[in-house]
Design a protein around this ligand. Structure first.
Ligand SMILES: [Zn+2]
Ligand SMILES: [Zn+2]
Length: 478
């Protein structure tokens, strides 16, 4: 197997940073050495197959995006990124592992949904991938199937308190699924919004003629997120299921999580770049020359973007510092404006829900380092190390240490990234939710299991490089 020495860089982990050389042997990290170390021979650089000069760059574990939806069926259409295009965009952005959601919709069999997802992804991915299981129909059959998920390397499942008739679980179903979670160690992931109440509010808004994308944000009020988050916490408290609340956007929901954690409950939260940077007023309420007040459709996602005036964005950054929120994923679920978002031109309820961000998560979060919102080490922890621990991949992923997969990113803090559909953009979309964002940093080189797949503005990988990752139980639980 080929050996590579990454030399001259600063290795950053969740706990510190230091100049170090990284020796890669085949697909695995063999050693992390002091610069110029003679421990493994007098001139290591002369004895390896390849030397990568990382001078001036941060050497970080490849990003792990634990919340993506390639090809998700939603509202009569499908998320526009396939496993091929979506994971290639991930690679461009320094993400070397994704965890996508296998789908069981209401009325379908869980096992069929999982098999279909394996089929969609196999041989298509640029980077490694795992699955969570969406359980959209809790019944005796799916509860039994859930007990077999751990053996399949799927250690987490997601329930929805929204989207009646598609993914929705009522409280009785949630309770039963959480009992299986407590019994098996499977992590319960929750989409926490009171869907039935939201649907009534949305219907009333549309009846009053309020059909623009902006009202998507009004309908999905923060009270609906806070209430559902609290209900999920109490059901998890009763059943003793570990709970991970996805895409938290309301500060009041964060307060619920913080409260439960202060009581000692095993409750965790994830937020996404859109809830840190974008808002109800600026994006959902946007007007553009092409789309008028339908411009906001680009940012229709659930949970929705929240009011900047109410302080949700600032509160979310604070929660990242205080660890009330433990990690940042994208909820990558892209739809084009043409033919897809357009479905909701006359009624925001018909706009497919989702934003594409998989390519920009590492950069957008690095911008938080630049602006002093988080530390360099916290950046690595939020985007790689905690996702690995939370979802049972620690040791193999999320760290630069001997024995780990050689998933390594060279990040240039002096580089620059201009985000825009005509510039850095590899996601299969006709617009960017991040158009015009300027990042003081750049993903220079991406290595996935020892293979350089992105270097110096070139894609060197191929589909099928990525393999299915069998995950173990969460390593984040006490
Ligand atoms: Zn969701
Ligand atoms: Zn999602």
């Amino acid at each position: 197997m080929a050996t590579t020495l990454i030399t001259g860089g600063t290795v950053v982990s969740s706990t510190g940073r230091a100049p170090a050389d990284v020796l890669v042997d085949g697909e695995t990290i063999r050693a992390v050495l002091e610069p110029g170390s003679t421990l493994l021979g007098h001139d290591l650089a002369a004895s390896v197959d390849r030397v990568i000069d990382a001078t001036g760059r941060y050497v970080i574990p490849g990003g792990i995006d634990a919340h993506t939806h390639m090809q998700l069926p939603f509202g009569g259409t499908f998320a526009s990124d396939t496993f091929e295009t979506g994971t290639r965009a991930a690679a461009w952005g320094g993400t070397t592992t994704i965890v996508d959601f296998a789908v069981q919709k209401t009325g379908e069999r869980l096992q069929d949904g999982l098999a279909a997802w394996h089929e969609l992804a196999a041989g298509e991915c640029a980077v490694d991938y795992g699955f969570h299981q969406i359980v959209g129909g809790v019944d005796d059959d799916s509860l039994q199937a859930m007990r077999g998920l751990v053996d399949e390397g799927i250690s987490s499942f997601k329930l929805f308190m929204a989207y009646p008739g598609v993914f929705y679980s009522d409280d009785a179903q949630i309770l039963k699924a959480m009992q299986v979670s407590a019994e098996t160690g499977l992590m319960t992931m929750m989409h926490a919004e009171n869907g039935p109440a939201i649907d009534v509010i949305a219907e009333q808004l549309v009846r009053q003629g309020n059909t623009a994308p902006y009202f998507h944000g009004i309908a999905r009020a923060w009270q609906m997120e806070e209430e559902a988050t609290h209900r999920a916490i109490m059901l998890a408290n009763y059943t003793q299921a570990p709970l991970y609340v996805v895409h938290v956007s309301a500060k009041q929901a964060v307060q619920q999580l913080a409260w439960a954690r202060d009581q000692g409950q095993q409750v965790f939260g994830e937020t996404c770049p859109q809830y840190l940077y974008l808002s109800l007023e600026e994006q959902l309420g946007a007007r553009g020359s092409e789309w008028g007040d339908f411009e906001g459709a680009k940012w229709v996602c659930s949970t929705p973007l929240r009011s900047r005036e109410e302080g949700h964005q600032d509160h979310m950054w604070q929660a990242l510092r205080t660890n009330d929120i433990q990690m940042v994923s994208t909820d990558h679920c892209p739809f084009c404006m043409k033919d897809q978002k357009e479905l909701g031109l006359s009624d925001f309820r018909a706009i497919p829900n989702g934003i594409g961000s998989i390519e920009h998560r590492m950069d957008l979060m690095y911008q938080g380092v630049v602006t002093g919102r988080i530390t360099l080490e916290r950046w690595v922890e939020l985007t790689s190390t905690t996702p690995a621990r939370m979802f049972g991949m620690h040791g193999r992923k999320g760290v630069i240490q001997p024995g780990a997969d050689a998933d390594i990113v060279l990040y240039d803090p002096n580089g620059h990234t201009s985000i825009g559909v005509e510039r850095t953009h590899h996601m299969n979309m006709d617009h960017s939710a991040w158009e015009g964002f300027e990042i003081d940093g750049h993903v220079d080189t991406v290595m996935a299991r020892g293979k350089v797949i992105v270097d110096d503005g070139q894609y060197l990988g191929s589909k099928g490089d990525g393999r299915f990752v069998k995950r173990g139980l969460s390593q984040y639980l006490a």
